[in-house]
Design a protein around this ligand. Sequence first.
Ligand code: FAD
Length: 423
Amino acid sequence: MPDGPGPGAGDRPRTRPALDADVCVVGAGPGGLALTLMLLRSGLRVVLAEKSVSLRREFHGEILQPGGQRILDELGVLVPARARGACVLDRFQVRERDRTLLDIDYRRLGGPYDHLLALPQPHLLAELLGACRALSGFTYLEGHRVVELTERRPGGPYAGAVLRGPAGGRVAVRAPVVVGADGRFSRTRALAGIGAGRSESFAQDVVWCALDAPGRATGAVRVHRAGGSAVLVHDAYPDRLRIGWTLPHGGWSRAVARGIGAIRDELAAVLPELADLVRAQLTSLSQLTLLDVFAAQATRWWREGVVLIGDAAHTHGPIGAQGINLALQDAAVLHPLLVRGQPLERYAAERAPVAARIHRMQVMQARAMLGPSAGPVASYLRAGAASLVTRTPIGAKLTRTIAQGPVAVRVRTELFVAATAAR
Ligand SMILES: Cc1cc2nc3c(=O)[nH]c(=O)nc-3n(C[C@H](O)[C@H](O)[C@H](O)COP(=O)(O)OP(=O)(O)OC[C@H]3O[C@@H](n4cnc5c(N)ncnc54)[C@H](O)[C@@H]3O)c2cc1C
């Protein structure tokens, strides 16, 4: 939707007439878009505001667990998103040198969601947005940032939001509920006076890069450990390998000082079977992107008239690929409450313990898989624990929890109505 004439046209930024909606969603990431689609299918009017003008957002990771795949499938977008290009990953493995310490086989879960999917986010977002655009009641404010939450009366419940467009024009949205789905640095959360609840519970940051690797797909997500380093590798569409090099917090500036040659040597040593690709392709520091890994659990998830989902409510580390899954599941749990006008605290009461449990599990996983080797004894114990997880029912239960979440969530499709014809 255009935002009126730009300042270059000689006009002042235009304030548009207010929009009315049943729900105003801020942020068109996986969580915000999936919720918008569920609400539209249930016959509600939704204004969705997204600050970006492209589907190619800053890099966000793309591994989708079976629980999230199920939700997208129930929304009818999984098959077309996959058709745009994706990689199926059957296994999650931890390897130390040439030994496989941990080997979780997703096929043990049974079909149809018996694998991980490396699905580029633009493919996912394009399908979700396309499905929303086909429905009545949808207004998409692309390039619009939330700048204000409006109150029904001073100190009273929130009753909408004010958004600023790319040319500086403002638009007010009147809605009984604003959903903050605007990610880990959520502005909606800050405007509602809710604390981010950031904690430094992970000892590592991750530096990402991708290599062209035709014919080198592994069908697995792997953590390679060697000489005190841990590196994540997985297939990525099209014909690429995505590499995540874990470093202790603050280690990036020391790595930069050592230079790209030293980084290349270290990665090649940890990944001997990929050393040819690393040596040929990794030529500049600009190919590497640092992710500051932190966890957060918002101090509360709702106030009257505003509610947070996904990373805005709870941010997770990349280990175990849980963020997209949880954001989609949050959307599916909140959807029926918004449709029926039921209290928002029910959503928080159901989802906050799930996010906390996943966080505890990730901290454990990060310590076990990415922590320093600390000598042959620690290495032996790590191998013993990994073998227990791989071979026993504990392993099967853990795989299910990682794949589906502690509580399986389904979309309440019975709330969908027929009268959502294309515009
Ligand atoms: C490097 C990295 C790798 C990751 N790897 C994985 C992985 O493999 N698997 C996995 O499951 N998770 C992964 N995650 C986490 C995952 O990406 C997030 O948990 C997930 O995207 C959360 O979805 P969301 O919809 O809550 O928020 P986001 O995806 O962050 O979407 C928020 C949206 O809000 C918009 N926005 C922000 N501010 C405003 C504003 N003021 N006004 C309007 N719009 C705004 C943003 O542009 C964005 O589109 C990774 C994260 C990172 C950073």
